[in-house]
Design a protein around this ligand. Structure first.
Ligand SMILES: Cc1cc2nc3c(=O)[nH]c(=O)nc-3n(C[C@H](O)[C@H](O)[C@H](O)COP(=O)(O)OP(=O)(O)OC[C@H]3O[C@@H](n4cnc5c(N)ncnc54)[C@H](O)[C@@H]3O)c2cc1C
Length: 379
């Protein structure tokens, strides 16, 4: 039986822990519960189509693959947890506020057409017919029937429960260092004690580059990308949008994610601010200004919560998944703006790598840990 320690208990570390314990490993997930951890701030959009970008084709293939895994992942979790995780697969509307904003939507639609992704271009009247709460100014949009959302807070709770009930340890603690002896990871140091393991999985999100003990060449190039979200609750029946909405408003991106519970998540800013996770008045102002431009009825909603989290960003926006240059150390980090969407494929890939079956091709192509080092050598 392989003994595995997972460093980090966000959605990535917990998904991995759960899949590994199911596969017969002895697993401990250690989490420091740091302020700004991303998984409990995230909106939980599952948007491989409406959040696709030119030049990120390998990442696109990965997000589409993971999306296909979500229905089974969610229903398996729900059957263990006996509660819903609010998976919503009724499609996502992407809209543009003014003419320049619609040009951004057109560009996105061209990307969809090029790759054969399901996406329907809609005129102003057609978007409002689908979503009557949209402001009359909204000039047009597109509908991606395969995109959706899930509630990541519920998923994180369900995963911790599922991992524990399958026999994993899910514990609070700070991993001070990964212990490397003779070129091999032999465990971690927590509270000054060396906890031994056959395999260490580094899944510490935006903090992954700060965990000590690793040779410099192995440290993943992950940086914190700050994002704020606002959580609202509709007070009037009929004032909740019927779809997840992504919008470009005077050049800024904003999204509105309604949930069955009545919660409406508005997000998200994206800034490079180091390890700062304080919510700013200006950030909240901009989010609400842009969100109410597209859905004026949000003015009436109750403001429930503001929060900020740190996305684990990488130089090419794709995650880092696979064996590192140190034996026994596997990296699963850098999921940036897609970590909720990518949790199922990441967990399956890590379980497959540890079993000796290797990584699925779609993961190996997009996520190789050594891809940044080799770019440096070439240039
Ligand atoms: C505002 C915002 C909106 C987002 N919206 C979406 C979205 O709609 N859809 C989507 O797919 N993704 C979204 N994301 C991205 C997504 O949240 C992240 O990619 C994902 O949560 C990363 O998961 P993680 O487990 O790697 O990181 P985290 O959730 O940050 O977890 C890392 C964990 O590691 C722990 N840790 C760190 N250092 C140590 C240590 N030394 N010892 C022990 N534990 C440690 C921390 O306490 C933390 O709990 C959003 C992110 C933000 C910030």
């Amino acid at each position: 039986v392989t003994e595995v320690i997972v460093v980090g208990g966000g959605i990535v570390g917990l998904s991995i822990g759960w899949r590994l314990v199911q596969a017969g490993a002895t697993v401990t997930v250690v989490d420091a519960r740091l302020d700004g951890r991303a998984s409990t701030v995230a909106a939980g959009m599952l948007t491989p189509v409406t959040e696709a970008y030119w030049g990120e084709e390998a990442l696109m293939a990965l997000t589409i693959d993971s999306m296909q895994r979500w229905p089974a992942f969610a229903s398996e979790l729900e059957s263990v947890w006996a509660k819903p995780v609010d998976l919503e697969l009724s499609g996502v509307l992407a809209v543009g506020f003014d003419t320049d904003d619609v040009a951004v939507i057109d560009d996105l639609h061209q990307l969809h057409e090029k790759h054969g992704l399901a996406s329907e271009r809609l005129r102003a009247r057609e978007v409002r017919a689908r979503e009557p709460l949209l402001a009359p100014q909204v000039r047009g949009g597109l509908f991606a029937p395969g995109d959706g959302a899930v509630d990541p807070r519920l998923v994180v709770r369900a995963l911790a429960e599922a991992a524990r009930s399958a026999g994993a340890g899910v514990v609070t603690g700070t991993v001070e260092r990964i212990v490397v002896e003779d070129g091999r990871a032999t465990g971690v140091e927590v509270g000054g004690l060396h906890r031994r393991a056959d395999v260490v999985v580094l899944a510490a999100g935006a903090w992954s580059s700060l965990v000590e003990g690793l040779p410099a060449v192995v440290v993943p190039p992950v940086r914190p990308v700050y994002g704020e979200v606002v959580r609202l609750r509709a007070r009037t029946p009929g004032h909740t949008p019927g779809h997840v909405l992504r919008a470009v408003v005077r050049g800024a991106h904003v999204y509105v994610v309604p949930r069955r519970s009545g919660e409406i998540v508005v997000g998200a800013t994206s800034l490079e601010r180091g390890y700062e996770s304080t919510v700013t008045a200006g950030g909240v102002y901009e989010l609400l200004r842009d969100a109410r431009s597209i859905v004026p009825a949000l003015d009436e909603a109750q403001l429930v919560e503001t929060s900020a989290g740190l996305r684990p960003g990488t130089p090419d926006n794709a995650p880092i998944i696979g064996w590192s240059g140190v034996d026994g150390l596997l990296l699963a980090t850098g999921h940036h703006r897609n970590g909720v969407l990518l949790a199922p494929i990441t967990a399956d890939a890590v379980a497959s790598a540890i079993s000796g079956a290797g990584l699925p091709d779609v993961v190996a192509r997009a996520c190789a840990p050594d891809r940044f080092a080799s770019t440096e050598v070439r240039s």
